[in-house]
Design a protein around this ligand. Structure first.
Ligand SMILES: [Zn+2]
Length: 93
């Protein structure tokens, strides 16, 4: 992955202080399920604004995170990984 230069936010597209965030796989999974992010955003560099927004969603809906994971659990995460893998293949080709 290219890490040189200024990366633009994978979520809103703005340039600036973008970096990869330490959201867990589970956190990305529920954000994806709630349609807060696109699969192309998962595990990519995002800006401070988006990071704060997404973090707030996770905090606001902390109860639901547990429920969502209990309900969708491993299926959710493997579906997310498959999506990411196929996205990368698409970019590479
Ligand atoms: Zn952003």
């Amino acid at each position: 992955m290219a890490t040189t230069g200024i990366e633009s936010c994978a979520n809103c597209g703005s340039d600036g202080k973008c970096r990869r965030r330490d959201f867990s796989e589970q956190a990305w999974g529920v954000l994806l399920l709630w349609k807060e992010v696109q699969v192309s955003t998962v595990d990519q560099a995002i800006c401070d604004g988006c990071y704060n927004e997404l973090r707030e969603v996770l905090i606001d809906r902390a109860d639901e995170v547990e429920e969502t994971l209990a309900e969708h659990g491993p299926g959710l995460l493997s579906a997310m990984k498959e999506e990411i893998a196929s996205n990368k293949e698409r970019k590479a080709s």
